[in-house]
Design a protein around this ligand. Structure first.
Ligand code: FAD
Length: 843
């Protein structure tokens, strides 16, 4: 058996065998050592045999209630021997499966107890093997406590081998193992009593779920004594008696079997760990965050390192350790490790609980959905319980999900994906859930957290409807109807960017005296980003019609291109650019309301997603067809020149517009007639397919302007300070000599229009290069380096903006639709006739 391996894994449980298979996949010559059966505690004495028996007890319970489903069966009885036989068959099949997998994967299996001999040597059954790396995965064993009469008790290994169902079962310890056996035997007819020292059984589970389970157990004759300390287990004739005290008062329970389920302890017996330089701490192998032990080349995973002692965590750690050995740095992240309890009803949870989040100072929103309202749960006849979603109140990120009810242990998978990936409530509820299924309950709980569940009444909304006067919130529907004019002129938060008289290099220095201005710019960029991200979500919810175009990734080019303009200057842009409107100071609520087609929008909802307008701010975001607004800007610049004003017309467009005739005509005309116009191309390299640079003979767009003998520059559109400075200089030159000029701001649109994905058309190098240059992140680095702000500040801004944008959406959502009788108001020129003031001076 002697030999040398790249990796030797000690222990064939779910940690060890998964690690061995992964190591072999990565090309390592791998051996696994197992002293008992492959599969470890999980397959042989834990997860699998218990669940096989629980399936039997569940079936028995269902069959007993089968009459209501039309199942006709007399004298339903339970054959414990048959259930045990099936359990053994399931275990055997899986153990064989693991043996086969290891063989197929090219892993050598060594039988016997492994002892570490130092320097990569491992002794197995009197032979020595050598390994470059060793992974300790020796698991855990049942914990023992110094309890008087403990010899009369059985442990979780022995209870699995019982030949008959005990009439009375006492369970000492209300952890997961204890409660699962309690549930199983209670369902099979045992009189079950659980004794738990702590104030709550299943201490890691939220109290509302545990209370519901305790009620269920008591409904089938079980009893739970919490805060109860067991003093001894004594023989009482042919039976046993468990003596305990609760709050100083003595009690006793008679039982035929007593299960001692007080936990499991890491197992290193016979391993020779410490002699080989592996540090232990109260029996567990000590590891660093990469799962390295104190001995070089020795790693440890699973129950033996303590922490979360679950099979899937052991497997996950196995993968992490092997990938670390292979040189891919993997630090295990446990924040979304799910925990399942196979009681009836089942319990499962992942992430933070309500209480835990509050203790950490996180403000949460909670949504609950009872299975009694789930169509699928009713068809199953299992409608006890609920799903609860806990989310961050400001960002909507799902922090945790807690379920008690049918198949909770399967349902938790979706929740785990959400918590692991930081998905938001919106993203959960925007995912189409098949019907009728139990996972719909998670979606409904996510909706309930936002006060808009469909299949249960929403508490918050009901309260407001019952007594509108009691809810004077300016964003409530009633208030929106009565007060919309006022709301139109009151921004959510006044723009906080104190723009200096003129933007100079000095004003852009990263110095304390410029702090307010620079942080104001940062805030505006963040607002545009979040606004656009949320607008996209609203689009996919069909709240926004037509097309929805996004400035994500262009914030520096947009803010830098617009802030240098004076209040009297004019902006002609395409309707699609919400970021432009926000940077110009248009109330973001009115922008969102316009996208929603609401009366409170910039064009009273007549434009929908096709028209943005702000007369006072001289902002024309209209005319949808690519580049169609360039001739309008030329006309506007003519009007300024005709009136002999010193205003500048800024025309913003994307690179797509530079390929059309109107672009060339407009540039030519503006140059020939010396019009005061800034042609500002946001070259976001997104041409709805082929970027213009790939389709045009002239790759640098600014060079196209040179053809008209126009001063033209290219700027780094990801660098907000550079864009601000260069644009400011160019704008003031135009003001001084009424000559058109051209700026190409090179940037990168991270998201496509609506839900179109521009990434499909981009090379990986391109994507990587530009994403690294994210304009907000880059600016944050600058601010941080200049000592003007830190990560804590940026986090706070993000949170504030998150809630600001939520308010914006709420406002738009609750704003009234245009009245049918007023539908043509603001649309036809009849109004012009009625408003001489709009006509201006005759030519
Ligand atoms: P183990 O599975 O304990 O495997 C360790 C292996 O190492 C064993 O096979 C052992 O024989 C071998 N070994 C030890 N020392 C040596 C040595 N020196 N040389 C060679 N071989 C050695 N977890 C869940 O996730 N879900 C559940 O539903 C669940 N139910 C459970 C029910 C019960 C009753 C119990 C007891 C546990 C349950 N668990 C459950 C926990 C789960 O079984 C463990 O977390 C998991 O098995 C740990 O995996 P591991 O690989 O770290 O160790």
């Amino acid at each position: 058996m002697t030999g040398s391996f790249d990796v030797v894994v000690v222990g064939g449980g779910p940690g060890g065998y998964v690690a061995a298979i992964r190591a072999a996949q990565l090309g390592a010559k791998t051996a696994i050592v197992e002293k008992d059966r492959l599969g470890g505690t999980c397959l042989v004495r834990g997860c699998i045999p218990t669940k096989a028996l629980l399936q039997s007890s569940e079936l028995y319970t269902l069959a007993k209630g089968g009459a209501a489903f039309g199942l006709v069966a007399d004298n339903i009885a339970f054959d414990f021997g048959a259930a045990q036989k099936r359990k053994t068959a399931v275990v055997d099949q899986l153990v064989k499966g693991v043996e086969g997998l290891l063989k197929a994967g090219g892993v050598t299996t060594l039988r016997g107890t492994a002892k570490l001999a130092g320097n990569g040597a491992v002794d197995v059954a009197g032979e020595r093997v050598q390994a470059k790396d060793i992974v300790i995965a020796t698991g855990s064993a049942v914990s023992r406590i110094p309890l008087k009469g403990a010899e009369h008790t059985i442990d979780s290994d022995a209870i699995l081998e019982l030949k008959e169902i005990p009439q009375r079962l006492a369970v000492i310890g209300g952890g997961v193992v204890g409660m699962e056996f309690a549930a199983m035997f209670a369902a099979l007819g045992s009189k079950v009593t659980v004794l738990e020292m702590l104030p709550q059984v299943l201490p890691m589970v939220e109290a509302d779920l545990v209370n519901l389970y305790a009620k269920h157990l008591s409904g089938i004759g079980g009893e739970i004594h919490t805060s109860s300390k067991v003093a001894e287990v004594a023989k009482a004739g042919r039976a046993l008696q468990v003596r305990f005290s609760t709050g100083g008062e003595g009690g006793a329970v008679d039982a035929d079997q007593v299960l001692l389920a007080v936990g499991r302890s890491p197992y290193t017996e016979g391993l020779g760990a410490e002699a080989a330089g592996v540090k232990l701490e109260r029996g567990r192998v000590v590891v660093d965050d990469h799962l390295r032990t104190s001995a070089a080349g020795v790693w440890a995973i699973g129950d033996v390192i303590g922490g979360i002692m679950l099979a899937h965590v052991a497997s996950y750690e196995g993968i992490c350790a092997i990938e670390n050995i292979a040189g891919h740095a993997r630090v295990p992240d446990y924040h979304a490790a799910p925990n399942c309890v196979y009681t009836d009803p089942e319990i499962a949870h992942v992430g933070l609980g309500e209480k835990e989040a509050k203790e950490r100072g996180v403000e949460v929103r909670v949504g609950r959905f009872p299975f009694a309202a789930s169509g699928r749960a009713l068809t199953l006849g299992q409608s006890e319980g609920f799903a609860k979603v806990v989310a961050d109140a400001s960002s909507g990120a799902v922090l945790g999900v807690h379920i008690i009810g049918p198949r909770a242990t399967d349902l938790i998978a979706e929740a785990t994906l959400a918590v692991q990936n930081g998905l938001t409530l919106d993203q959960l509820d925007l995912t189409i859930h098949a019907h009728p299924t139990l996972p719909e309950s998670i979606m409904e709980a996510a909706l309930a957290a936002q006060g808009r569940a469909i299949h249960i009444p929403n508490r918050r909304i009901q309260a407001a409807a019952a007594n509108p006067a009691s809810n004077p919130s300016p964003t409530s529907t009633t208030a929106a109807l009565h007060n919309r004019e006022q709301q139109m002129v009151t921004p959510v938060k006044p723009p906080t960017t104190p723009v200096p008289e003129s933007i100079t290099a000095k004003k852009l220095e990263l110095k304390k005296e410029n702090r307010d201005f620079l942080l104001g710019i940062h805030r505006m960029m963040q607002l545009i980003r979040r606004f656009e991200e949320r607008a996209q979500e609203q689009y996919t919810k069909a709240k926004i019609g037509g097309y929805c175009h996004l400035n994500i990734g262009e914030e520096a080019a947009v803010v830098g291109g617009i802030l240098p303009l004076k209040p009297n200057d004019y902006i002609f842009t395409s309707y699609r650019e919400h970021g432009h409107a926000i940077a110009r100071g248009i109330d973001p609520r009115a922008v969102m309301a316009e996208l929603f087609g609401k009366e409170t929008g910039t064009s009273h909802g007549r434009g929908g997603s096709m028209h943005m307008f702000g007369a006072k701010l001289r902002f024309m975001g209209g005319y949808g067809i690519v580049g169609g607004h360039l001739p309008l800007a030329t006309g506007g610049a003519w009007a300024v020149k005709f009136r002999k004003q010193k205003d500048v017309v800024s025309c913003l467009f994307g690179d797509g517009a530079t390929n059309i005739g109107a672009f060339h005509e407009s540039l030519n005309y503006s140059k020939v007639f010396d019009l005061p116009v800034l042609w500002y191309c946001v070259n976001n390299r997104y041409g709805m397919g082929t970027p213009v640079e790939a389709a045009s003979a002239v790759k640098d767009i600014y060079k196209k302007a040179c053809a008209y003998d126009m001063e033209s520059i290219q700027v780094d559109g990801m660098n907000v300070r550079e864009v601000l400075l260069r644009t400011s200089e160019v704008v003031e030159k135009i003001r001084a000599d009424s000559q058109p000029r051209f700026i190409e701001a090179l940037c990168y649109r991270f998201k496509g229009h609506s839900v179109v994905d521009p990434d499909k058309y981009r090379s990986n190098e391109d994507k990587e290069k530009w994403r690294k240059a994210d304009p907000i992140v880059a600016f944050e680095h600058e601010l941080e380096k200049g000592g003007l702000a830190d990560e804590e500040y940026f986090k706070t801004v993000r949170q504030e903006i998150d809630s600001e944008v939520q308010d914006i959406i709420k406002f738009a959502d609750e704003s009234p639709d245009p009245k049918v009788e007023d539908l043509y108001k603001y649309v036809y020129c009849g109004e012009w006739e009625e408003s001489p003031a709009l006509r201006g001076n005759p030519l």
